[in-house]
Design a protein around this ligand. Sequence first.
Ligand code: PEP
Ligand code: MG
Length: 578
Amino acid sequence: MITAKGKSILKGIAIGKIKFLAKKQAEIKENAADPAAELKRYEDARALASEQLQALYDKAALEAGEEHAAIFEIHMMMLEDDDYVEAITELINSDGKTAEFAVKTTGENFAETFASMDDEYMKARAADVRDISGRMVNILTGADTGPADSDEPFIIVAEDLAPSETVQLDKSKLLGFVTRLGSTNSHTAILARNMNIPALIGTEISEDWDGRMAIIDGYNSCIYIDPTEELLRTLDEKRVRDLEQRAMLQQLKGQPNVTLDGRTINLYANIGNVSDVGMVLDNDAGGIGLFRSEFIYLHSATFPTEDEQFAIYKKVAEMMGGKKVIIRTLDIGADKQADYFNLPKEENPALGYRAIRICLMQHDIFKAQIRAILRAAAYGKVSIMFPMIISVSEVKQAKAILEECRKELLAEGKEIGEVEIGIMIETPAAVMVADELAEEVEFFSIGTNDLTQYTLAIDRQNPKLDPFYDSHHPAVLRLIEMTVQAGHRHNCWVGICGELGADPTLTETFLRMGLDELSVNPGGILSLRKIIRETDLGGGKAAATPAEQEEKPAETPEPESVEQTKKKKFSLFGKGKK
Ligand code: PEP
Ligand code: MG
């Protein structure tokens, strides 16, 4: 048995076989002796790539709808494009190149041509042609293209997992993951918590583990390879006990999040995709407090269109049946990168061109998303939230663009709905001007992950700094309290959607501070409900907070019918905030 230590992301036990996610550098030979044999290799690789893309199309269509899967159809068409195929066969037949060299060279040439075009749509095709060429090169060289679909559940072991890779994993089969790199505050770690699966980072891994039986012990921050029968039995019992505990929490479904002395708080869930909504409903969340919409962009090989986004937001709004859905606008940049954005390499990406900064500079991207959100709002209770705000002028600009979209949609005769407007408070600057910001919006949601990073001047991506990343630091807690007070002075409700919201040791503190909402990973809802219901703040029933005045009872809002929602008069500034 091999034991390796790491840092645990989620307490829990996972037992299963390992899939090692290798990222081998493909070795590419340039010249070949037999062009006919190379041509045959190329044609076989093209056929296999086409099969893989069809499988990806089917999976994406099932999980996210056909519009969202369309990109894989485009990739299949590109594989068969006459000019592309001709350029590859020419290099093989006339120049005596190997199949992989011909595919790689042609892919690069085509990508460069696309990238130099003025038309934004054509520019974005550069990433697509790179993608399909890379897929074929991987097939031809035997390099791994990621975990193949498997009937058996598996544990992923990898050097690192970028958010864009994590979203492509088959979640129904993923038991847990273990990486050598990564930090506990990275988005990949957050995804593990959202999926409620044990994960370790900072672990010395080995490729030899591939295919072997293993146990992730999230309680002891260990992975055991080829565990002994005895350990297997002991930890499996623990896993079963966890499941039983989870089953006991199910009894809290339908119960209010109310303290012993009568204080109510909203418990919402964080999601990154439509496929997470099932977990939100299963865990009886009162709404979605953070829909990280950038995961739609990470899932896609090109800019998702307004219609594609509309289909996703509408589906989420409808599935939530009248419960609140807070869609955060695009928060791309830093660790969340999509090639087709062509974002510049930066010295300090966390302080760089990201999130609302991109949206306020590239209106076409921003407007496609806002229009999709406004249209989806006709089908449910949708709120919009802007990330990474540092100043009032940014909020005013974002609202002006929202208003422009609203007018355009109405002029086009499109159906739209009312949206509540909020911002994330995740920079110290935003806390310091929270009184002014609260005049502009109806809610604040505190992003404690970034607020901690920017307050303590600690890169949340750097695993070396994990020991210093103290989100219980008094500076962070004071900033949270200041935000609540500023929000309430202006009739603005205030929640937390960062990871700290799920920290059970702070639940009572947050209740005392007067927070109106906590938005956490779906699997964390019922255990927080249990804590809240066992808490006594003393001193009788506190004065109702904005959330209580607005939404009583917090977790059982009267779902309105779609027809009612559609009839609602559209008003951008629900509380007269202009
Ligand atoms: C946060 O910063 O706390 C937050 C919720 O946003 P993200 O983790 O996606 O940056
Ligand atoms: Mg953030």
